[in-house]
Ligand binder design. Sequence first.
Ligand code: NAP
Length: 269
Amino acid sequence: MPMMDSQRVGAVLLVLDSFLGADMRLLILGGTSEARKLAERLSDDTRFELTMSLAGRTVLPAALPVHTRVGGFGGVRGLIEWLIEQRIEAVIDATHPFADQISAHVVAATKACNIPLGSLVRAPWVQRVGDEWVCVPSTQDAARALPITPCRVFLSVGRLGLSAFCERAEHSYVARTIDPPGDIPLPPDLTFLFERGPFDLANELALLKRYEINVLVSKNSGGAATYPKIEAARDLKIPVLMIARPLKPSGTILDNLEAALNWLEKKVS
Ligand code: NAP
């Protein structure tokens, strides 16, 4: 359907909805535990008609109690068309702090459609007494910053970040990912742990000791679910190469679940 046609259809249906007192049609961009928790909190609230959107990166995503669609929209244009066709009235971007592309797209698309956008953004982790962090701007920079002497490195960078370590083949790696890496280049000495968070401190301490890890490489993801590895590194005096967040475009910043629920409450009333 050409865009102007679908835009007109969307506008007419929106007017009909307001006469019929229909629910607020809400899109949550997900792929995080915050998105899942928000969906769980809203799933029984009949004022919202909810769609969760996942990129489709994880083979078996955690079960969600709401209608879920999977896969990209096809850039900004595809997202605009989808928002109009689905008569979406508000969007919450609850994607991961490193998912900057989809956030740029949703900022542009919601602006074009004049739809309110709330961005659920977790606070980054901050360095505490006892932490030995070296902050780097990207995964490639983390690979370059590894010591010259061969050592044992724990990688918590997501499976798509692993290829960056091919250029440092002298090290021995342990990588934790949700799914197998698929067909991407990998450093030769790499052990995989397929696990999904949340993780606890006792297990993280045991893991870093068992694999005799000398360096931890992590994205600054923020949040509680994967923080115990940072605490474990602090306890064991293991240095951390901390990858800084990209600039992530946003709508109204909502820094926790309650803030997101309050924002929605104002929009629906
Ligand atoms: P990205 O670089 O920002 O986005 C790449 C493309 O993937 C987007 O242009 C979009 O495709 C599609 N996409 C991303 N998130 C989507 C969503 N929730 N629903 C539908 N399409 C989506 O994203 P990414 O870093 O690859 O992350 C992908 C997903 O994994 C996100 O949902 C994110 O929350 C989750 N995640 C990412 C990380 C990370 O470290 N990056 C960690 C944990 C979870 P189109 O242009 O075709 O629309």
